[in-house]
Design a protein. Structure first.
Length: 120
């Protein structure tokens, strides 16, 4: 009976260590680390499929104010962060189509939009 408890404790300890490592890895990526190229490319593909009917999705040269805004202008706003984009993408808005965006798709779109941020 004692051996079973030892095995369960060790298994629980391993699960906790793995969960903590995954959590810390996620925090590291949320800390401004460069986003993987695959995620940015996937976000670009999603933007082409879902967003380009209304938004300019790539970098543009003109500074004309547009409604809806182009993605480069969104990325350049001081208040725009990857997290704020993910929250925005998961919230319905009356002026946008009601597209159901999964967590990984929101990550990819947010990473793509943030990749358009210009350094001034």
């Amino acid at each position: 009976m004692l051996n079973r408890y030892v095995v369960w404790r060790r298994a629980l300890l391993v699960v906790l260590i793995v969960a903590a490592a995954l959590f810390l890895l996620r925090l590291h990526q949320a800390n401004g680390a460069e986003q993987p190229a695959e995620s940015v490319a996937a976000g670009h593909r999603l933007a082409e499929a879902w967003c380009m009917e209304c938004h300019a999705i790539g970098p543009i040269i003109t500074s004309v104010k547009k409604v809806p805004p182009d993605f480069a202008a969104v990325a350049d706003r001081p208040s725009t962060t990857t997290l704020s984009l993910k929250v925005f993408l998961k919230t319905s808005h009356p002026t946008m189509p009601n597209i159901i965006i999964g967590p990984s798709e929101a990550d990819d779109l947010a990473n793509y939009i943030m990749s358009l941020k210009r350094d001034y």
